[in-house]
Design a protein around this ligand. Sequence first.
Ligand code: ZN
Ligand code: ZN
Length: 250
Amino acid sequence: MRLRVLGSSGGYPIPGNPCSGFLLESGESKLWIDAGNGTFAELQRVADFTRLDALVLSHVHADHCADVFPLYVAIRYGVGGGFRLPLYCPPGTRETLAPLLLEGGWEQLGEAFDFHTVEAGDTVEIAGVRLRFLRMDHPAHTLGIRAETAEGTLTYSADTHTGADLAGFATGSDLLLCEATYQEGKVGGPVHLTARQAGDTARRAGVRELALTHVWPTLEPQISLEEARATAGGLLVRWAKPGEVFGVGE
Ligand SMILES: [Zn+2]
Ligand SMILES: [Zn+2]
């Protein structure tokens, strides 16, 4: 299994780094996880969007879902043949997105996407990849995602503060893709994690590797890495740099 970083900028995109988006590949299976601003263009460098098995959205903050709209246009007006992309998302996603397509938005979205609403505790299998979900500590209805195949296990924090049992959910994962929005004394707020908290979570979960994502755009990722390594108990910590590909398991 491989995880390719399409973008990892926290909150808003910057030159060279779109917002959150990842391509999970296992054999012939391809799952696009989060569609933050700018990730659809990056996805097209490496995959045919009509051959994806699904798009999975963690929550409806724009930095994780805004590219649903250009994707909608590409499918509705560019593909044809009744193609609809399976879209897995938390409750309320379609209701939140539809008004931006104005009148009839609900039905129009349904012409491009086959919606599947998922909640914490659900298990779904998509093209041989088993997904489980955890409700995160974040203002929107946000789902952390655990993806398992025979090859390995990836856990993605989505956006969260410390009030969810992310360490328990991620236990034994090969890779924890964890948000690390803030640094010590830099920015901060009760809806995201610091790099130190991400490192501590990875250590408690006993994962093999930690990838830091969603670093706030004005912060230097190298410092986030140093702060996460200070609490991660010696495990491998890397930044989810745009374009980077992480091996997950075998
Ligand atoms: Zn975010
Ligand atoms: Zn968010």
